[in-house]
Design a binder for this molecule. Sequence first.
Ligand SMILES: [Zn+2]
Length: 117
Amino acid sequence: MDNLLAPLEFNDSTDLRTPQIYASHQVLFIVRDYVCAHCWGMLTAEHAEDRINWIVKCARCGDGVGFVSKYYTDKRKQTDYAEFQEVSNLLKSLNIIEDTSRLDGKSNEQLLEELGF
Ligand SMILES: [Zn+2]
């Protein structure tokens, strides 16, 4: 019998792109600990056809996109922010950009164009 309190463990061979059917106790962990692999948005659960089990999907992207752990996305956000700060400071020190706040919300293509590429 499954340990009801143990978090789910996904590994590299876990197929998360195919809609999966989960038991109620698994859905609680998935919705709490994982986000959409595509948009990092919240996951939702709806009853499977058998009305006993559940299908987990992204509220925005639908099913079949897969999941990643919130731990992973939190770490990536921290790393990305640190890299942004480092690059911002470098661009300022080289007098390439004086005010990095004007870079907010621009696409990679727009940023490269502003930098002259
Ligand atoms: Zn999504």
